[in-house]
Design a protein around this ligand. Structure first.
Ligand code: BGC
Length: 763
């Protein structure tokens, strides 16, 4: 590759509205930063670990992780957890069923001076700084290393995963000798000594030194997936590389004599390919071709292609906030993780609960995708939203198997979905009872169609989901003596009550789902007979089925207390025990769940997360202001927010109720979930649903956008937080793009491909 000197742009100046910074190294925060600084390009994701690793933090420790309550579980690896994930590469686990595989470590670059390894804990380091530049997803580290030999080395690291050439990981280290002289030993490695939740999922590892300055590691997983990593090194001065191969590691070691005033640059370019890739050719051929093309392009072009992709993504997704720099940066951090988590070209995967930044949820797919993430993609990247729904379409077969395993017809989506759609949740409470996920998928299909106008999706894919899930619901309901039907033994979104009668959220979602299915079949039949016939044949629609869907929807009761105007969370909610939070919950910085046994929690009125308020968020137009106020006043004080999905929903409802202070408090809470250094919340991965929740809090809450589910046109009712002087963002809406700008007392909606769609002044 021709050396173009500095990779222009890569060392961009830190910008306090675009860069997440770590000033000074603290071992106790490292794991948090590894999660927070996760880089990714949809195809692959790497946690923000040090190139050289950490002392006392072996990555190959074997242990058995038990299925547990993830919210309350104490995770392993106190100091560092390296993670390299490719959505779709999963392996079986004896207790946890299927889990995403933590792949071999790509980033390895180690330095030694006279035998002394560079180590952030043990070496003499000063001026340590790290920052993730959200504009282009590049990660930088700089510090001064005083070696035992008396050399002073100014070290600067940069790396990125190309957004344009998604198989490529690009790394650079620059060393400048400020004083002294000595020999420096450096090793570039690809390492297979890593584990996933303590498991070794690798059946075979083949390390190779390929040619001068290049090495590879081929891995076969237990499930038979083939992953190939090929690195090429480039140095600013000739180095004689020696190969160092072990059973699990391919490395090249070289030495260099350095003197004061000298500069040295090392670059490592790695191509990662797998047998799941859709491109043609072998994993080897494609990796070699990737490197060849990259070298032909040169460092600068390679970077520019990548940076251009990020620029265009930010153009669609950015939210600009004037008057609150902290919120601006924090919001961008969430948007960054939402952008990188999306597997642009792959509808065989969705977005796992930790945003591919950790193993805490084993890489599984939850309702988070449909309810928390989808709105962001619907309005910033509709193709990504379509892919997420196609994932549910492709996994319909797994959902059918789930229904069958419970003795029902139709399709039942898994609470925690595998790649194939099968239930993965090892805890029966959720797996058996948290059934709303099946209706959430239908809600998301309808939301997608209404927000994009892509009716064709409904006819070819969505209707299969609607009909099959409707069949399941017709079997799952129980008919009572009064001719009404009920959903018994249900866990709603609030996971602290596992067996309720008629959870309001679930019942409304199921009713909606059945209504939509019947209505869509009606309109299809009224419209194009040919299309209807094709759907009827494909789904083997039987006479009377549509009427059964309609009838079941009609007779499914919704709990409501007309006197207090309160929506009971479930029919039996009032009968649960009151909780004395004051005496039980003595440390509010920790989840309430730590202070109460599960047995007691399950019979108490302590909510883990928004439940009725989630219902109000999704069906806002069905509730009066008084009903919303009554529910907010009742549920908020008994909600523990032990789930990261809770705060954003509360913030939105508080904003709608014009409770500005409370809404601002929830905004802070949402931002803290992954960013607070006290909580170290990103250590096990990013709470990606909360990132989507933050987008919703700003767009639905503060800008007051009426959901596309209920409005054909863009309608806003803004309530900006104190101090925000302007809020602006783009919206994709039914095939058009709009620029929305809100300032205190006024807002504008500007159609980007010509014309103003409307401007308004808030009364
Ligand atoms: C929440 C669920 C959520 C899951 C994954 C749990 O703690 O209660 O609502 O789907 O985390 O994010």
């Amino acid at each position: 590759m021709k050396d173009t000197g500095e990779i222009r742009g890569l060392q961009m100046k830190e910008d306090h509205l675009w860069c997440l910074k770590e000033n000074g190294y603290q071992a106790t925060l490292h794991k948090h930063y590894e999660g927070l600084f996760t880089q990714g390009n949809g195809y692959m994701h790497m946690r923000g670990s040090f190139e050289e690793g950490c002392s006392d933090a072996p990555q190959d420790e074997e242990y058995l992780r038990f299925p547990d309550n993830v919210t309350l579980e104490k995770p392993r690896h106190p100091k560092s957890k390296q993670g390299t994930y490719i959505p779709g590469i999963v392996a079986p686990h004896p207790l946890l069923k299927e889990e995403i595989v933590n792949l071999p470590y790509v980033l390895g670059l180690e330095f030694r001076s006279a035998g002394e390894p560079l180590d952030m804990d043990r070496s003499r380091i000063s001026g340590y700084r790290r920052w993730l530049d959200l504009r282009d997803g590049s990660l930088h580290r700089s510090f001064l290393w005083e070696t035992g030999e008396g050399m002073q080395l100014e070290c600067t690291y940069s790396r990125y995963l190309s957004m344009a050439d998604t198989h490529l990981c690009i790394q650079q280290v620059q060393l400048e000798v400020l004083a002294g002289e000595g020999r420096l030993e450096m090793t570039a490695a690809l390492r297979g000594d890593v584990r996933t939740n303590g498991m070794n999922h690798f059946a075979r590892i083949i390390p190779l030194a390929e040619s001068e300055g290049s090495l590879s590691l081929e891995t076969l997983t237990e499930k038979g997936n083939q992953i190939y990593m090929l690195s090429a090194l480039e140095v600013s001065e000739a180095v004689d590389w020696q190969e160092e191969l072990t059973g699990v590691r391919a490395a090249l070691r070289g030495e260099l004599q350095l003197r004061a005033g000298e500069r040295f640059t090392l670059r490592k370019l790695t191509a990662v390919t797998t047998d799941r890739d859709r491109e043609e050719g072998t994993v080897y051929g494609r990796a070699h071709e990737q490197l060849r093309r990259a070298r032909e392009l040169g460092w600068e072009q390679l970077y520019n292609r990548h940076a251009d992709c990020w620029t265009s993504k930010w153009q669609e997704a950015d939210i600009r906030i004037k008057g609150d720099g902290t919120a601006q940066l924090n919001v961008r951090a969430s948007l960054y993780h939402l952008i990188r988590s999306n597997a642009e070209q792959d509808d065989r995967v969705a977005i796992c609960a930790k945003g591919y930044a950790g193993e805490a949820y084993f890489g599984r797919y939850f309702w988070d995708t449909e309810i928390n993430l989808l709105p962001f993609y619907l309005h910033t990247n509709p193709q990504a939203a379509r892919n997420l729904l196609l994932f549910r379409y492709h996994t319909l077969e797994g959902a059918r198997r789930n229904a069958q395993s419970y003795g029902y017809r139709g399709a039942r989506y898994a609470w925690e979905s595998s790649l194939g759609g099968e239930e993965q949740c090892a805890n029966w409470q959720y797996a058996d009872h948290e059934i709303h996920i099946t209706a959430d998928v239908v809600y998301a299909v309808c939301h997608y169609v209404r927000a994009t106008g892509d009716d064709e999706f409904l006819e070819h894919y969505g209707i299969d989901i609607l009909v099959e899930t409707a069949r399941y619901w017709c079997d799952r309901v129980d008919w009572n003596g009064e001719g009404a039907c009920e959903l018994l033994g249900v866990m709603g979104p609030d996971e602290y009550l596992p067996f309720t009668r008629n959870n309001a959220f679930t019942n409304r979602m199921v009713k909606f789902s059945l209504e939509q299915t019947a209505a869509y079949l009606d309109s299809l039949e009224d419209g194009d007979q040919g299309s209807y016939a094709a759907v009827a044949e494909r789904l083997d629609l039987r006479p009377g089925e549509r009427e059964l869907f309609r009838h079941t929807a009609e007779k499914l009761r919704l709990p409501y207390d007309s006197q207090s105007e309160l929506i009971p969370q479930s029919d039996d909610f009032a009968s649960y025990a009151e909780v004395d939070f004051g005496s039980l919950w003595t440390d509010r910085s920790r989840p309430f769940g730590h202070f109460i046994s599960q047995e007691r929690n399950y019979r108490s009125k302590a909510l883990k997360q928004a439940d009725v308020l989630e219902l109000m968020l999704l069906f806002r137009q069905e509730f009066t202001g008084r009903q919303m106020q009554a529910s907010y006043a009742y549920y908020e004080p008994i909600t523990t927010h032990d789930s990261s999905l809770s705060a954003a929903v509360h913030g939105i409802v508080a904003s709608w109720l014009n409770q500005k202070e409370a809404a601002a408090g929830f905004l802070q809470r949402v931002m803290d979930i992954d960013l607070s250094l006290e909580k170290k919340g990103a250590a096990e991965g990013i709470h990606i649903a909360n990132c989507g929740g933050l987008w919703q809090l700003i767009v639905y809450g503060f800008a007051g956008l009426k959901s596309a589910m209920w409005s054909e046109v863009i309608e806003l009712e803004p309530r900006l937080p104190e101090g925000w002087t302007e809020l602006s963002f783009r919206l994709a809406w039914r095939g058009e793009h709009y620029q929305v700008t809100v300032s205190p007392g006024a807002h504008e909606i500007h159609k980007l491909n010509g014309g103003d769609s409307g401007a308004g002044t808030i009364l």
